[in-house]
Design a protein around this ligand. Structure first.
Ligand code: TYM
Length: 334
C-alpha cells in the first residue's frame, strides 16, 4: 500500500520496435487500470543490455518508449514513469536477491533458454540472472499487482518464490505480487506464424505490427496474414490464424469473439482481414499523433524524467534500507 492505494509495477524493455503485442498485452491494460493503483512504469533499460546494444540507439529507443507510455494515455503527473537505470536501488536489490535465488531455478527459465539459443555468442551472466533483476524491480516498490502478457508468467512466479523465501527468513519484508493478465490480447501471435508470439525481434517484419507502422503498412500486413482453410470467421483451435485475428479485433474494438463471428457470418477472410487492419489503424493512429506532439516538447519530457526518477528513488529506498537492515548490513552513520 502506498498513500492508501495498492501498488502496481510494470516495465518494458527498450529493445527493438514495440509491437501490437506489447500494446494489447501490456500497455493498453496499464492505461485501463492505472487509476485504481499507485503506479510505477519503468523503461527497463538495464535489462536491455543483456543483449549487445548500440549506445546511441539504446538511448534513443529508451526515450521513444518512455514517450510512448505517455502517448498511450498514462498521465505522467499521476503515474511514475521513469528509466530503471536512473534508480540505483534496482541493481542493489538485484545483487541481494541473487544470493537468495538458486541456479536450478534460473536454469528452468524458458526465456533464458530461448535467448541463449538465439545469442549463442553472448550467453552472459546478466542474461542468466535477468529474472532476478526483474524480481528486484517489482519487490522494490512492494507491488501488489504486475500487469504483463502471458510470456512473463514464469518470471512472475520466480519473483513470488524469491519474495516468499526471503519473507520466510526475515519476516514480512516484501509484498508477494499477483500477476494481472488482460482478458484479451495476453498473447498476440505472429501474423505469419500463429504458433509463435508476435515479437520485436522477429526476422520477418510481416509477422509483427509495429506501433509506428503507417496505416498502409498495417493494412498490407493484415492482408498478407496467414489464415486457415475453413473459409469462415470462427473462433476455434482448428483455426489458429483466424483465432489470433479475432483476438486482435476484439482487443482493438472491445467486441467479443461471439459478436465478431456474428458480424462476419457469411463473409470471407478478405473482408475480415481488412476490418481487423482498419480497427488496428484506429487504435494506432491517435497514439502516433500524440507521440509526434509529445516528442516536440523536449523540456516537458525532461521535467517528467527528472521528477519521476526522484520519486522512484525515494520510494524504492525505503524498501532497500529495510532489506539491508534485515540482512545485517551495518547501519549508516548520520
Ligand atoms: P518485454 O519488453 O518483452 O514486453 C513488454 C510487455 O509486453 C508483453 N508482450 C506481449 N503480450 C501479448 N502478446 C505478445 N505477443 C507480447 N509480446 C510482449 C510482455 O508480456 C510484457 O508485459 N522482462 C520484461 C520486462 C520487465 C518487467 C519487469 C515486466 C522487466 N522488469 C517487471 C514487469 C515487471 C520483458 O522483457 O517484457
Amino acid at each position: 500500500m502506498l498513500d492508501g492505494k495498492k501498488v502496481l509495477f510494470s516495465g518494458m524493455q527498450a529493445t527493438g520496435n514495440l509491437t501490437l503485442g506489447n500494446y494489447l498485452g501490456a500497455l493498453k491494460n496499464w492505461v485501463n487500470i492505472a487509476d485504481d493503483y499507485e503506479t510505477f512504469y519503468s523503461v527497463v533499460d538495464m535489462h536491455s543490455i543483456t543483449i549487445r546494444q548500440d549506445p546511441a540507439e539504446l538511448r534513443k529507443r529508451a526515450r521513444t518508449l518512455l514517450t510512448l507510455y505517455i502517448a498511450a494515455g498514462l498521465d505522467p503527473e499521476r503515474n511514475c514513469i521513469y528509466y530503471q537505470s536512473h534508480v540505483s536501488g534496482h541493481a542493489e536489490l538485484a545483487w541481494i536477491l541473487n544470493c537468495f535465488t538458486y541456479m536450478g531455478e534460473l536454469n528452468r527459465m524458458t526465456q533464458f533458454k530461448d535467448k541463449a539459443a538465439k545469442h549463442a555468442d553472448n550467453i552472459n551472466a546478466g542474461l542468466f540472472t535477468y529474472p532476478v533483476l526483474m524480481a528486484a524491480d517489482i519487490l522494490l516498490y512492494q507491488a501488489d499487482v504486475v500487469p504483463v502478457g502471458i510470456d512473463q508468467m514464469q518470471h512472475l512466479e520466480i519473483t513470488r518464490d524469491i519474495a516468499q523465501r526471503f519473507n520466510a527468513i526475515y519476516g514480512d519484508v516484501f509484498t508477494v505480487p499477483e500477476i494481472y493478465l488482460g482478458k484479451v490480447g495476453a498473447k498476440v501471435m505472429s501474423l505469419q506464424d500463429p504458433s509463435k508470439k508476435m515479437s520485436k525481434s522477429d526476422e520477418n517484419p510481416n509477422g509483427s505490427i509495429y506501433l509506428m507502422d503507417d496505416p498502409d503498412t498495417v493494412i498490407r500486413k493484415f492482408k498478407r496474414a496467414v489464415t486457415d482453410s475453413e473459409a469462415c470467421v470462427r473462433y476455434c483451435d482448428e483455426q489458429p490464424g483466424i483465432r489470433n485475428l479475432i483476438d486482435i479485433y476484439c482487443a482493438s474494438t472491445g467486441k467479443t469473439p461471439a459478436e465478431t463471428e456474428k458480424e462476419f457470418e457469411g463473409k470471407g477472410y478478405g473482408d475480415f482481414k481488412m476490418a481487423v487492419g482498419e480497427a488496428v489503424v484506429g487504435v494506432l493512429k491517435p497514439l502516433q499523433d500524440r507521440f509526434a506532439d509529445l516528442q516536440k516538447n523536449k523540456d516537458y519530457l525532461d521535467g517528467i524524467i527528472k521528477k519521476n526518477a526522484e520519486k522512484a528513488q525515494y520510494v524504492s529506498n525505503k524498501t532497500l534500507r529495510k532489506v539491508q537492515k534485515k540482512i545485517g548490513f551495518p547501519e549508516r552513520v548520520r
